[in-house]
Design a protein around this ligand. Structure first.
Ligand SMILES: Nc1ncnc2c1ncn2[C@@H]1O[C@H](COP(=O)(O)OP(=O)(O)OP(=O)(O)O)[C@@H](O)[C@H]1O
Ligand SMILES: [Mg+2]
Length: 282
């Protein structure tokens, strides 16, 4: 508990130091266009969205529709060609401690142990050794890797490596999590376990999450709201709050499958995906 209370304090300080404007959404894209190749490729075309606090927002759509691009703009790894991306009302000028990103590819340092990997970001932030240790213990337990603290990434499975990346990101205390297909490289059963673990962690740690996925069932299971993107140039085709979930999150994936409204939502998303893949925009 102490760790969580400390986190909150640090985050509020960070937000205040950055001059965050009260009442502003955690993330906002305001008429954002992103072009590549001197305008020959339009990855995102005039996108405007507000991400809501404490919600999981899933970005879904066919390959190449700009999902990763939007996440990278929110992370401050790239900049819009036109328009603005804001974090708590302030323009995104680069990466910041209130935003943590997890990529699809495993990103642990092979020469560091699991514990050292988790502590690495905190070390850079100048966190004291004792606090690093406490937080690493807390987050390794949360991702069920406490028994592997002294192992090296090469000794771990793909799912375990991805859990190291998640623990490392969480240990840095970001309020906002930007997840780019975090389970995309894992096999079906591990993915399913990781999705349930993600619900548990996001719920316990009260995070605001933007999740990119191409998996329709994963989007419905994890998200409070789904933004469906059209094929290139990326635009928002539909903004869908998961009303049938009535604000609930489900610890077990199978419990969601029998909820009234689930099948209709799944069918709607498959139909939209087929329309996009076949190039029938509408
Ligand atoms: N650095 C770059 N230079 C040129 N074009 C780029 C660059 N990055 C992305 N693009 C283009 O922008 C478009 C959107 O790419 P993006 O990676 O955001 O798609 P995505 O929705 O994440 O796709 P996927 O589901 O396959 O990951 C694509 O057409 C891609 O080729
Ligand atoms: Mg992508």
């Amino acid at each position: 508990m102490a760790i969580l209370a400390d986190n909150t304090e640090t985050l509020q300080q960070t937000a205040n130091e950055q001059g965050a404007v009260p009442g502003e959404p955690p993330l906002r894209a305001d008429r954002v266009t992103k072009e590549y190749l001197n305008g020959a490729r339009v990855a995102l075309d005039n996108i405007s969205i507000d991400i809501k606090e404490n919600q999981i927002t899933a970005l879904i759509g066919p390959s190449g529709c700009g999902k990763t691009t939007l996440l990278r703009l929110m992370a401050g790894l790239e900049y819009p060609t036109y328009g603005n991306v804001m974090v708590y009302g302030e323009p995104v000028l680069g990466p910041g401690p209130e935003r943590g990103m997890v990529f699809q590819a495993y990103t642990s340092f092979p020469w560091l142990t699991v514990r050292e990997n988790v502590q690495h970001g905190m070390e850079i932030q100048g966190v004291s050794k004792d606090e690093q240790r406490d937080k690493a213990d807390h987050f390794l337990k949360l991702v069920h890797l406490d028994e592997f603290a002294n192992a090296y990434p090469a000794e771990l499975s793909g799912g375990m490596k991805q859990r190291v990346a998640i623990a490392r990101t969480l240990a840095q205390g970001p309020q906002l999590l930007l997840l780019d297909e975090p389970f995309g490289a894992l096999d079906a059963q591990v993915t399913w376990e990781m999705e349930e673990m993600a619900v548990d962690i996001i719920e316990r740690e009260s995070k605001t999450v933007v999740l990119v996925t191409h998996d329709i069932q994963e989007a419905i299971y994890l998200a409070d709201r789904i933004l469906f993107f059209t094929r290139q140039p990326g635009k928002i085709k539909a903004d869908m709050p998961m009303e049938f979930k009535k604000g609930r999150r489900f610890a077990k994936k199978e419990d969601l499958l029998v909820e009234p409204g689930y099948v209709e939502m799944e069918k709607r998303l498959y139909t939209m995906m087929r329309e996009e893949i076949q190039g029938r925009i509408g």
